[in-house]
Design a protein around this ligand. Sequence first.
Ligand code: GAL
Ligand code: MG
Length: 974
Amino acid sequence: MNRDPLIALRPWEAPEVTSWGRLPMCAVDRRSGALSLDGEWRFQLLPSPDSPVTDAWGTQTVPGAWTLQDTDDLPQYTNVRMPFDAFPPAVPAADPTGVYERTVDVPDAWAGRRIVLQVGAAESVLLVHVDGRPVGVSKDSHLAAEFDLSGVVRPGERATVRLTVVKWSDASHIEDQDQWWHGGSTRSVLLYATDPLHLADVTVRARPDGGLRVDCQVRTADGALPAGWYVTGKLDGRLLAQDAEFDRLNAEDDRVSDFLGEARLTATVPDVRPWTAETPELYDLTVRLHRADGSVADTSRHRVGFREVEIRGRDLLLNGERIYIRGVNRHDFHPLTGRTVTYEETRADLVTLKRFGFNAIRTSHYPNDPALYDLADELGLYVVDEADIESHDHAHEIADDPRYLNAFVDRVARMVLRDKNHPSVVIWSLGNESDYGANHDAAAGWLRRHDPTRPLQYEGAAKRGWADPAVASDIACPMYAPIEDCVAHALSGEQTKPLIQCEYGHAMGNSNGTLADHWAAIESTPGLQGGFIWEFWDHGILQRVSDGRPAGRAGAGLYDNGVAAPGHRWAYGGDFGDLPNDGAFCADGVVFPDRTPKPAMYEHREIAAPLRLECFRHEGVVIRNHQHFRGLDWLRAEWELSLADGPTLTAPAELPSLAPGESTAVRLPFRLPRKGGEAWLTLRVRTADDEPWAPRGTEVCVPQVRLRGPSAESPVPVPGRSVEIDEVGLLVHPLLAAAPTLTLWRAPTDNDELGGTAGRWQAWGLDRLVRTVVEVRRGDGPVTVVSAYACEAGAVRHEQVFTAVEGGIRVQETAELPPELLDVARVGSVFETVPGPDLLEWYGRGPWESYPDRAAGAPVGHHSAPVDELFTPYLRPQESGGRHGVRHFTLWAPDATGLSVRLDEPRQISVTRHRAEDLTAAGHHDELVARPGCVVHIDAAHRGLGTASCGPDTSASYLIPPGVHHWSWTLRTH
Ligand code: GAL
Ligand code: MG
């Protein structure tokens, strides 16, 4: 039997024990001036927490997860299910336990001071010993734990700190978020000292009318407070004084003890610059605690934003304005270090979000690294701060289990106590996917009393009734609700709360179809205010292929543009031999694991554009300021006039001065040339000056309007010349390695797979159509080839008419789909070129990938890109690289020869180095072998992407009906 009292207590199977010896959480930041204990620690991994510690020490870097630092305990990915079978609060006997140890030289200068150890994060139970003596216990893996070491260590002497981190515990059952499981001490560890007389907490309330209230809690190490202490404050140079009335009331109140000091600073700041996500104005506040003689005992610094959140009716208001929430769910994530993220990395995340038009983050599903909140304050992002509670697998049992009551309240309270002073935090969340029970109501009760200044939300409660006033959610915050359901609720007359989806637009693989339709509904329906895309990150861990191990910090730089370097890959569930696992479901973000934005990000950027072009009237175009709080003066722009059969003209644009929401018509800087065909007017909008999140000249959006529609092309047949067709009815052409044939299939996307459509395609046999020639009709002029494509669901009749036209060949195609084929991936032609072409030029949507239901962010124009860069390297290979609304394209070889295709109307195309079956066969990007030629798809129709891997499929209008499809195109060589 282990005699250590902390071990003997077995806190890892005691949900009632949330901590022992831990100091209360507060909002006083002690990071500056502290002694950092980050770096190398002695380390050993025990098979269970009660196994004896041995002499076999290795090392580990703190902060960090041991699962990513060369131990045999590797990462495991599960979504809903727990990685082990035990029923809460039990855990398996095999319970990896990391013992971290190091010595610390406690500074001499700390004599007489109060000394505190702060452990930033430990997953999932932390036991602390100093010099062999038990000091404390903590749970709540994503919030810091502090322990008072004043009576334990001696200034001027060396102390040995041991952190024992137990991986599986009762707490794991309420930390069952959809992400990798790790073990370790994953945020910074530090030691600091204060005067025994110290600021135990500071609560700042700052309103946009300039009202400022700062409440200070003052404590001394032990015993009653010394007489005569007082506090002062300074806000951007303005002195604040202690509120005498507050003091008088306290003095008269005999319930206020001499042990608990409270003081209030108040002020009204004139002409305050309010904080909003668009205008993140911050003021510096310094709070000082003085001894009776005026000397300073303690100081606390804060950045204050004057702002107010309120719900009025069914609107969420910021500073009285109804705002849209253009949010994303974000995990603390890094492909090398797991949940350990640096300030710079977090900043890069937030900068990326700002550049792509996001204005909000839900810290799914736990309080994030403290840096996130500082940066959100500074860069301007609204935050839904979420407590670390997700009991997904055993949600129903735990929600009402009184043994977990304390943990629920504790986790919510500690988050609020830490983050309450951040202007960016506008909403609290009780957690995620934990059903709804008394434990939630208890936490909500604590929260509403403690912080009446912010609404709270909880999806599990909201689900019980979006309009129900009794449930613990001030916001109707569903996940993945179909657009129609949201609109219907808003129109029902029954809506009582703002509707802001806590998750929508599941970004797994090639996804985020219908994002623009969501926003069209949101912006046209009072009561709908936005939502949070699921999610920011693709959680691929960089893995060495040779030994299957995580690359860890040694992998720095071994990736680029979303792709892992040769010999490496982005691992997802199962790749570490982890069982059970949920495969690639963790790769569902709008950025790749190296933060390279996926094409869906550009769709979002355009939807969120601060400036809109609305329509074309009388030689003019209407510009609207689509922001809530800012003018257009931070932007500069340039007009582009792009002609389908002509050049792109540019001209400087003079942006009008418009208040938020205002619009005005401006005259066009061009006369529309009579020639050149279809014409689009684009406004390329950039930052006029450096913004904290973007250097001057960063592109912000590219709104456009069509000035003139396409004119039909009718190629002129060349009499007497015929097209060469072989005996099985296939086109023979010197630049084609494979002749154009019919295809109805695409390499299933994650949405196709998980939403079930891919299974239907497979059952129908769309991936293995068998072609037979029915008839080849040759004459003087066109050659007609009729084929039948057989599959399990019936035969598809396909006709191609080949005509020699000026400069090339015209191909007119017809496909007749039987009624059984009611939802195919595409109807189109596929052919392959000989090796050579490596550059694509096109007129259509671009430059990035676009699909029928994700095309709003890709402006129509002349674009070009190397063929190898057209493809998007989604972690699990799938249909990718499509370009929507293409009118014509040319494939160039380096020797300036090439082939071009002109389409009868704007069509979906793709040019890649991979056949659909190549993509389907590969599990990871590194398994793909590029073909020497180009695989070219021209689609008469292409199914929308939707988001069915988790949530609604695409809308009916983006499905392909059975029946007759016609398309035609002209192939020319250069
Ligand atoms: C939600 C959940 C997220 C994630 C997502 C699917 O239900 O809250 O954590 O699992 O689905 O990727
Ligand atoms: Mg879950």
